[in-house]
Design a protein around this ligand. Structure first.
Ligand code: IPM
Ligand code: MG
Length: 370
């Protein structure tokens, strides 16, 4: 069996962390008996330099023709001019929209070995196992009209539009309930229903869907309160489902719980089924980190854990996915840390080996070969 995977290394640390994940995926192929055919694409700031656009339509088509897409990160100061008409982030929207990837899954778990790296008190981290399900192809990121406009008095103004249709809400909330059934059977739907009519529609539609899931506990929470509870009692959340912008903000907040943004994976899924599973795009939650690019210090574990999600969701290789996660755990158990995982308390401990990006990927791949 040969799987075709589109690789989008992107910008900044993207190429380094993707290279690490590729070596780990190849190790799973050797152990479990399958191969990969990599289809490398230039997307993001690199594509602006090469082609004048962040993502060419033919690259979206190539992604569509593969079994899954693995992405590092896009963006960097070189392309940051707010007035520029082409921006690296447009690549993400072209891929998400073009491939119909409406569901962004961001699992937040705490590796016990890294409890010291989290700024939260250890007793708050016990039992944290939250899955953020973020709507990804609608809401204020995509609503029209959007852009600058003139105010009545001739001064500057700008508009962004927040619109959700029932169908868009229904498909993501249904997925959240389905996922909750495989977990602790609790869904928290997050909105701003005391202010916004889109939020009130989210609540109504979610209540209706809940009727088909009597075994799942549903609660609604306003986004400001959800932000507070995430820091006060993160273990209380199971599946958290919310719209695009709220999900973007809450998932970065939740990432702090895990100790480092560098640890967290994500999957973006649509409804397209391939011969092996659901087509999807997998990427770490962190960005391109231009300040540390090219120095072999970035943490590849978020991308490696994204590769585990790829194996599970898009390739149906559940055993291989579990082997990757176990190998990450084993590498942490053996004391390997990239420098973002050093906390004030264990910084000088002899038991910890500080390693770079390549070495961290190598120790994980070695633990898969076993
Ligand atoms: C994310 C990122 C993107 C988003 C940016 C880079 C456009 O923050 O994937 O969370 O807001 O979706
Ligand atoms: Mg974000």
């Amino acid at each position: 069996m040969t799987y075709r995977i589109a690789l989008i290394p992107g910008d900044g640390v993207g190429p380094e962390v993707v290279a690490g994940a590729v070596s780990v995926l190849e190790a799973t192929g050797r152990r479990f008996g399958f191969d990969f055919e990599w289809q490398e694409l230039v997307v993001g700031g690199a594509a602006i330099d090469a082609y004048g656009t962040a993502c060419r339509p033919e690259d979206v088509e190539t992604c569509r023709s593969t079994d899954a897409v693995l992405l590092g990160a896009v963006g960097g100061p070189k392309w940051d001019d707010p007035d520029a008409s082409v921006r690296p982030e447009q690549a993400l929207f072209a891929l998400r929209g073009g491939l119909g990837l409406f569901a962004n899954l961001r699992p937040i778990t705490v590796f016990p070995q890294l409890i010291d790296a989290s700024p939260l008190k250890p007793e708050l981290l016990d039992g944290v196992d939250c899955l953020i399900v973020r709507e990804l192809t609608s809401g204020i990121y995509f609503g029209k009209p959007s852009g600058p406009e003139a105010a009545a008095d001739g001064s500057r103004a700008a508009v962004d539009t927040l619109r959700y249709t029932e169908a868009e809400i229904r498909r993501i909330v249904t997925l959240a309930f389905d996922l909750a059934r495989t977990r602790r059977k609790k869904v928290t739907q997050v909105d701003k229903a005391n202010v916004m009519s889109t939020s009130r529609l989210w609540r109504k539609v979610t209540e209706e869907i809940h009727a088909d899931y009597p075994d799942v506990v549903l609660d609604h929470r306003l986004v400001d309160s959800a932000a507070m509870v995430l820091a006060r009692w993160p273990a209380g959340f199971d599946v958290l489902v919310t719209e695009n912008l709220f999900g973007d903000i809450l998932s970065d907040e939740a990432a702090v719980i895990a100790g480092s943004l560098g640890m967290l994976p994500s999957a973006s899924l649509g409804t397209t089924e391939t011969a092996h599973g659901r087509h999807g795009l997998y990427e770490p939650i962190h960005g391109s980190a231009p300040d540390i690019a090219g120095q072999d210090v970035a943490n590849p574990l978020g991308t490696i854990l994204s590769a585990a999600m790829l194996l599970r969701w898009s390739l149906g290789q559940h055993e291989a996915a579990a082997a990757v996660e176990a190998a990450v755990t084993a590498a942490l158990d053996d004391g390997y840390r990239t420098r973002d995982l050093l906390s004030a308390t264990n910084r000088d401990e002899a038991a910890v080996s500080v390693v770079g990006t390549k070495e961290m990927a190598r120790v994980v791949a070695d633990r898969i070969a076993i």
